[in-house]
Design a protein around this ligand. Structure first.
Ligand SMILES: Cc1cc2nc3c(=O)[nH]c(=O)nc-3n(C[C@H](O)[C@H](O)[C@H](O)COP(=O)(O)OP(=O)(O)OC[C@H]3O[C@@H](n4cnc5c(N)ncnc54)[C@H](O)[C@@H]3O)c2cc1C
Length: 219
């Protein structure tokens, strides 16, 4: 899983190539910290980019949704797909407006998704997808019934053709601009969970579970 990865002509970074990460383990760390992706596909010449949740399980990404979803039904037909995950780490304030930037980690996966047909594999994929987003919650929830399993489509996208790109650190100004008098640096940004809020219909005696209290995406 940690082997270096040789990019294809389609996934080799061209601009700022030094920010490219061709390492499967590094790409997986990004995929494991995120849980929202943007799914791009083309239907009748019209590109769509739809946000959705995902889970990584081994060398596959799983997405799920209503069996009536247009996105999932289209992807189920073997459409080419591009899945992008972005983690935003900061705003980078340079001295020149031109050199302002963002610190980020992102992954692009290209491929073709297939529907998970086997019932037990589908249920396991749903469990692992749930565990990817909120470890511990699956076991504490009512399990899906047959009707719910049937109404849910699960797609598997093998992570075979992918790229990762990372920008971290201080601004990079033109040498002449270091004498320009203004503040420069980084405003760090991160996703931080707030205090869990009780459902107004919470059953008496229920307390906030530890996985909800201490929720963090940092792995
Ligand atoms: C953070 C996040 C997590 C999500 N997680 C999931 C998930 O795990 N599973 C899941 O099935 N769905 C998820 N969604 C919803 C997802 O974005 C789609 O709305 C949903 O899958 C229905 O898609 P559809 O193809 O049936 O939509 P359709 O009804 O076929 O879409 C028709 C049109 O509606 C518009 N549209 C659809 N979705 C959105 C949107 N989110 N924002 C703005 N316009 C939209 C687009 O113009 C689209 O072409 C998530 C959305 C967000 C923002």
């Amino acid at each position: 899983m940690s082997e270096n990865y040789t990019p294809t002509a389609r996934t080799r970074l061209v601009r700022e190539a030094e920010r490219a990460v061709y390492d499967r383990a590094a790409a997986y760390r990004i995929l494991d910290e995120g849980f929202i992706c943007h799914v791009g596909f083309v239907v009748d010449g019209q590109p769509f980019v739809i946000p959705t949740g995902y889970g990584r399980v081994g060398d596959n990404l799983y997405i799920h949704g209503s069996a009536a979803s247009r996105m999932l039904r289209n992807l189920d037909q073997g459409l080419a797909v591009c899945v992008t995950v972005t983690l935003l780490d900061g705003l980078v304030l340079a001295r020149s407006i031109f050199n302002h930037s963002m610190n980020y980690r992102s992954v692009v996966v290209l491929g073709t998704a297939v529907a998970v047909q086997d019932r037990s594999e589908k249920l396991e994929a749903l469990r692992l997808l749930s565990e990817h987003i909120l470890p511990g919650r699956w076991a504490d929830s009512r399990q899906p019934n047959e009707k719910e399993i049937k109404a849910t489509l699960v797609l598997r996208l093998p992570i075979t053709e992918f790229s990762a790109k990372v920008r971290q650190g201080a601004p990079i100004d033109d040498e002449d601009d270091y004498g320009f008098s203004t503040w420069a640096g980084v405003i760090p940004l991160s996703m931080v969970a707030g205090e869990p809020v009780d459902d107004p219909r919470l059953m008496a005696g229920q307390v906030v579970p530890s996985y909800a209290k201490g929720y963090s995406r940092v792995r």
